[in-house]
Design a protein around this ligand. Sequence first.
Ligand code: ATP
Length: 366
Amino acid sequence: MKVVLQDLTKIFPSRNKNGQEVVAVNKFSFEIPDGKLIGLLGPSGCGKSTTLYMICGLQQPSGGKIFFGEDDVTELSPENRGVGLVFQNYALYPHMTVKQNIMFPLENLKGDDRMTKTQMLERAYHVAKLVQIDDLMDRKPSELSGGQQQRVAIARALVKMPRVLLLDEPLSNLDARLRLQTREEIKRIQRETHITTVFVTHDQEEAMSISDMIVVMKLGVVQQIGKPQEVYDNPVNLFVAKFLGTPPINVFDGEVKGEKLYIGEQAVLDVKGAADQLVHVGIRPEGFIVDANGALECDLSNVEVMGRDVSIVSRHASSQNPVIRSIVDADNKLPEGATKVRFSLKPHKVFLFNKDSEERVYFEVK
Ligand code: ATP
């Protein structure tokens, strides 16, 4: 089921006379392809949850429309949209067993949708198997781990065979190891069921690792939509470049003069096609090459060995971050006692952004 968002907007009125209204989501248009997992990503307050709640019907848009397939669902109540919703806090009924929790949404079906007890049980076991909790069906939620409770919540969301699955920070309450495991699980379940899924998170690594496409939002406005790797390799502005990547992108003050990029006094890269201007220079940690003849000279702070790779921590007067982190192959040996390190740069890992607008400035990469 494709989901179409058309100029979707949500404005919260101000709470007092002189207060400002909040544009939580501003003209969001996007066609979520059938059967894909979309990650809605952005810092706290950027409008992710509000978007999700409008898709599920818990929030009424101030403007725009939502379609499931060809059906306009903008005015439909959540019960009539065929959505499954999973929240950060699993919100299971504590006095019910896992089985009862999963079957609960089926008990209230009306008319032609009514199911017999046997059909309900069959359906509950089917989804419980899918999320691999079918051996825990007689336990109460308090007898389960956080990860298991979240699986029950997912099973409960799936039991009505929703047209669209909506997940609001579903992994936030889990510890690091369980987060990793459960996000893989969510990906597997989504692949097996082919249900169009929207996943909200502020964790870029989480979104990048499981989404078919990511939507990066800032202050209610969509910044960029694309496959995770494409967005990482081609950020349209400084905000997106900074938001994606661990370690984060290194940013320097720079200037383009005569199709050459200067950081400090040094011309560090040919940037054919870029007009003269002041820029923010974003360099991914993997964009540095240790090179005795490299144009970018930095003060060496320390070298962290990470096995296959080495993280070189250095400083430069034009760096906007306190330290520069570059990841290079462990074969790169720095001389014992070195206080300086010189780098040349991989052009496709260097992004320029106009100093004022922070929009991308493109140049030819050979
Ligand atoms: P978080 O990651 O912190 O949950 P989010 O990206 O999901 O953030 P939203 O919850 O969608 O952000 O909020 C977007 C903006 O709308 C915020 O500025 C928030 O304060 C505001 N907002 C959300 N709900 C309401 C409300 N009921 N009344 C007024 N303002 C609201």
